[in-house]
Design a protein around this ligand. Sequence first.
Ligand code: SF4
Length: 554
Amino acid sequence: MPWSGYAPEHGRTKTRPGRRKPCLPHTEGHRLACPIPLFYNEPRVPGLFRRADRSACFLRGEGSLEERTNKKETGIFSTQELSDSPREECGVFGIYDFSGEEQVALTIYYGLLALQHRGQESCGIAVSDTDGPKGAVRSRRGMGLVNENFNAESLEGLKGNIGVGHVRYSTAGQSTIENAQPLVLNYIKGTLALAHNGNLVNAPELKRELARTGAIFQTTIDSEIIAYHVARARVDTTSVEEAVSRAMDKLKGAYSLVIMSPRKLIGARDPFGFRPLCIGKRGKAYILASETCALDAIGAEYVRDVEPGEIVTISPRFGIHSDRSHCIRSSKTARCVFEYIYFGRPDSEIDHVSVYNSRILAGKYLAMDSPVDADLVIGVPESGNIAALGFSMASGIPYGQGFYKNSYIGRTFIKPRQHARESAVQVKLNPLRPAVEGKRIVMVDDSIVRGTTSDRIVRMLRDAGATEVHMRVSSPPFLYPCYFGTDIPDREQLIAFGRDVEEIRSIIGADSLAYLSIDRLAELTGGLPICNGCFTGRYPVQPPTEDIRGSYDK
Ligand code: SF4
């Protein structure tokens, strides 16, 4: 099953001491016969472990993020590191224009721009022409943001009326071009392009099973395992949707999939519905997207959400055809509640529940359950702002802006030097002194994961003249890792693990600290069943017994 659509870097000439050297030249043709798998020669620097190391330092009491950063040599600093919120893994988008007149690449580009908040490490678009030769797929992938990788010229080259797109943040598999999506797979029945959001909990076991039968992997992501299973099942099924259904029999965990076959666009959501997926329509084109904000961005109307466990097949012959054979009882579904608290864009609706309203509610519950006398409520931009507004509505304390956020520094900037007085956090976020000076402040944030920035932000407010800083968090404390497509890490790295609220308050230096109560979570989604595993340790799916986030890279 040769892959197409991208060119993995074989034939590396440099290996680190102690590594097995690849057979050179490790060419595409040679690779198939070579006994050394591709991943022996991949760099072993998954971001997961780098992040883990940092947290370990913090929890050993070796200083704040900024202090640790200043101890390092000057280098490139990721602005993502300035946020202590968890990160989503991916966003997916697909479109099929039945009229055959529209070049869909530009629409996918706009859809991906709307989903950029779900992943900023890599992106890609794959398109095909349903009237052209079967299996002719044009694709382009790259590291970084959508608008850094695509321009009018590159989109012009992606001709076709059906296509899929993807934005990625890596939680399983390294952040490399090989792992960027959509994956494009050539096999005996044609070509598949696949975009995936989520994590499989049984990926290592499925991978071993495939490897035993001779599969050679080009990436270190579990999405490739899904693609392989669909392709294998397609060999002895009558349709690609049947092959997807057969593959879903084996998959465990979180997945929202958008798959392009030569003549069909397919969307599938795991039976628990961890990650969102919705359907839209614009003229004669049907769209699949992670969030409704992407439909708004391209002027499409919302049709409905793909139900947990549902497979939808979009084709001119049947319109939207649904297979619900994998759906489970609605009361057993388990949407990720953090999509509403933080991941989703506030202008999106997920399963008919407004993300904005969920955040307003979270703020209101905080104000009701953990009131405090104060003069001003502010949010930690941007993710804390809406819950802060909700807190203000319920408490009657005025809401205002307490920080200026620098939106122009991009994804990375040069790290402050050793002994430098510049603050990495303050480069991005600066308190508005006239707004906070002499005031008792309630500061609302969406979460505290490792506690790497909260102390600095509290200190910045005090330095700007705030007389009191009361922190309110619009989620419960993270006590357990997530295995379903986010980077919430192992327990040892979570600030709330083994500490009570008073101890955390003391670490971050706030006058008071309160979290959203676990009992309130279900109310945020209007009673829709949710996953709250990272807060309770009770997961809807049995957690993996192996490391699913780093093991592929070894
Ligand atoms: S464990 Fe937490 S972050 Fe992960 S899917 Fe469940 S609620 Fe979402």
